[in-house]
Design a protein around this ligand. Sequence first.
Ligand code: MRU
Length: 337
Amino acid sequence: MNVTSVQTLALRWTAEEFLLLDQTLLPKQEVWLKIETRAQMVEAIKSLRVRGAPLIGVSACLFIAYRALKRPSLSELRQDALAVREARPTAVNLMNNIDQLLKHFNSHEELIEEALRIFTEDQTLCKNMSNYGAGLINDGDSILTHCNTGSLATAGAGTALGAIKKAHQQGKKIHVYVDETRPLLQGARLTTWELAKENIPFTLITDSMAAFLMKQGKISKAFVGCDRIAVNGDFANKIGTYSVAALCYLHKIPFYVVGPRTTVDPKCTHGDLIPIEERTSAEVIGFHSSLESVSWAPESTRVYNPSFDVTPNAYVTAWILDHKIITHENIGELCSQ
Ligand code: MRU
């Protein structure tokens, strides 16, 4: 593979530099961060400057490949890889992609080639999931989505949002209801930004409005992404996803989860075993970025801030993977490639 540069909406990689679009500043500012050190990469992942399960894994591998171009020892690069692997605990793509990369540490060239293959593979996985997912979207659908699952979360078009974009490209008249996605507002800040770029009609709602919209008949189906799928089909995704799934079940609305094979964890038999990231109280007490800082609860307020929840398999209509659609009839095939 003779690739010398790659670029997506969220990252740029060349022999000279590795840049990440700082997603904490979107949609107000588009600032590209130069990532040069292990500490900078770990910080970027932990702070959600780069985020979304597939993109965390892919960008971690591209960072190692960028470092490899500077020819440090392979053992130093291994330390980099192990450090970034631990940056966030829930999205298994990070561990899956880094473990895959570690199998190719025989030479600098080999690991660079493998990182680029992982990048290209994610683009292909997105394409395939988008095609499968779009097949389940009808002309006239209004679709609820949660968090951000598009090009800011993957190396390609996205998972759930990829399917939505594909349906729009196919000429289907759709409308997207975007959950704001408290506390870090990935829906309000990022999904709206992506949908506007694609000219896809959308309406932003607060997370707590979904039930009422369903009761009003405004939602025909829900599409979400995932951070880790267990063998029995339980899956972790951004906090609030479980509520969407339970509400869909109550209102008899199809609920689809879209994810690539890199999000499946064959070692995890059920959802209770998925490690759930807990984040700081500051994220719930207010909103803080380098552009603005506001608190609406007393600073001393006790907070519980799990960043993800686990949706039980019973609430899922179908799991849209990159190679097939899984339903309750063939759920045993979730882990087969
Ligand atoms: O904390 P984040 O923003 O990294 O969480 C992202 C999500 O939960 C997405 O829904 C998930 O990664 C699937 S994205 C393709």
